[in-house]
Design a protein around this ligand. Structure first.
Ligand SMILES: *Cc1c(COP(=O)(O)O)cnc(C)c1O
Length: 236
């Protein structure tokens, strides 16, 4: 199947899943995760109507996206992978949102670099729910400390929480990971929604293999790579 057909098929699955659990399909965005795939394939997705893209490595994003953003003014790039502080200044130039924020230090650096270029950055706070990755906040008090810091940053807007579910075949474990993050978002929303730049109404959850569970748990952005672009070739 072509990339265009894959996008159409995934979008239909998202709509069906949302409708089946009484949610508005329009509240679930589809992000095409284009890491390890070349500019030509991303262009096929753009021409099929895809607007939102995700990359997980700064260097690769900086090689591929400036030309695409120049050519197609209505597409958007989000950073979804673990971010080192010294790469922040490069990614803030091309990304409109960072999903993988997992420390106060990183928020500090994002504020500093966005202030320099007078840009507002949307962020998701990443919550660690799987054993396989090291990224993400592991305690609620650390998340709250990050929110306390971010609420005073004029160039930062928190829009929600992000997670990657554990790599397992066990559906219950995956569902639990998503539900746990959804519950935390609700709690944080009650506590921090009084601050103009803090909202926890969005949830970045779900990938090719588990986006249906994520939508059922309340995801508003699913990050789909393989099911759109095919398997990644890591040896390239
Ligand atoms: C690669 C990646 C995805 C997409 O994974 P697929 O299984 O290919 O859909 C989603 N989120 C993050 C953070 C990723 O790094």
């Amino acid at each position: 199947m072509s990339i265009a057909e894959n996008i159409q098929k995934i979008r239909a699955q998202i709509d069906q899943t949302a409708a089946n659990c009484g949610k508005n399909p329009q509240n679930v965005a589809l992000m095409a995760v284009s890491k390890f795939h070349p500019v030509e394939e991303i262009e096929q997705a753009v021409l099929a109507g895809q607007k939102l893209f995700g990359e997980n490595r700064v260097q690769e994003a900086c090689e591929k996206f400036p030309q695409l953003l120049e050519k197609y003014s209505d597409i958007e790039l989000h950073m979804i992978g673990h971010l080192q502080r010294n790469k922040v200044k490069d990614i803030v130039k091309i990304a409109s949102c960072i999903h993988s924020v997992d420390s106060v230090e990183l928020i500090k650096e994002i504020e500093k670099q966005t202030a320099k270029i007078d840009k507002k950055m949307r962020i998701f706070l990443e919550i660690h729910t799987g054993e396989d990755t090291k990224s993400g906040f592991t305690s609620e008090s650390d998340v709250e400390a990050a929110v306390e810091f971010a609420k005073d940053c004029p160039h930062i807007e928190i829009c929600g929480l992000m997670t990657m579910a554990p790599l397992t075949e066990d559906a219950e474990i995956i569902k639990n990971s998503f539900l746990q993050v959804a519950a935390l978002a609700q709690k944080l929303n009650q506590k921090y929604a009084v601050f103009a730049n803090c909202s926890f109404s969005q949830l970045s959850m779900g990938m090719s293999g588990d986006f249906a569970y994520a939508i059922e748990a309340g995801s508003t952005v699913v990050r789909v790579g393989t099911a759109i672009f095919g398997e990644r070739n890591y040896n390239k």
